[in-house]
Design a protein around this ligand. Structure first.
Ligand code: FES
Ligand code: FES
Length: 166
């Protein structure tokens, strides 16, 4: 099949690639760029495991073609930690609040939480639950995920967070 040239920014770096028009963004990220943080759970836009940030929006990367990301600015979980390895506040929060068990949902959950906190720096419990409602977790029961987002929000706002993980 003929390939199409695309140029996009991924985790701050310019990427030029040839892709088949049928290639989904999640497959491009995982198989051509070796960015295996975004996971494939359902490939039908239900689970959110493949969530990345694209031009300032949360996108389920199994729902769009790589060619549609031509010119876009994409952020995946691999781009969240600092260059020296310091964890992003959300990564620290998920660790501290035990917001994961098997971890399969976690990269997508963190990317979704990142966009949520960009849009609302101090979300309520209900706003967090609605905000992550497109991301499924089969392990945690969500309680500690909500606490992790609250932990990160508190830290971003310079407010102490006193609650413990459950
Ligand atoms: S793999 Fe994309 S939403 Fe499940
Ligand atoms: S931690 Fe296992 S699916 Fe969420």
């Amino acid at each position: 099949m003929a390939k199409t040239a695309i140029t996009l920014t991924v985790n701050g770096k310019t990427v030029e690639a040839l892709v088949e028009p049928r290639t989904l963004l999640i497959h491009f990220l995982r198989e051509q760029l070796n960015l295996t943080g975004p996971h494939i759970g359902c490939e039908t836009s239900h689970c959110g495991a493949c969530t990345v940030d694209l031009d300032g929006k949360s996108v389920k990367s199994c729902t769009m073609f790589a060619v549609q990301a031509n010119g876009a600015d994409v952020l995946t979980i691999e781009g969240m930690a600092a260059a020296d390895g310091t964890l992003h506040v959300l990564q620290e929060a998920f660790r501290e609040m035990h917001g994961l068990q098997c971890g399969f949902c976690t990269p997508g959950m963190i990317m979704r939480a990142h966009r949520l906190l960009q849009e609302n720096r101090d979300p309520s419990d209900a706003e967090i639950r609605v905000g992550i409602s497109g991301n499924l977790c089969r392990c945690t029961g969500y309680q500690n995920i909500v606490k992790a987002v609250q932990y990160a929000a508190a830290k971003l706002n310079g407010v102490p967070f006193q609650e413990a993980a459950e």
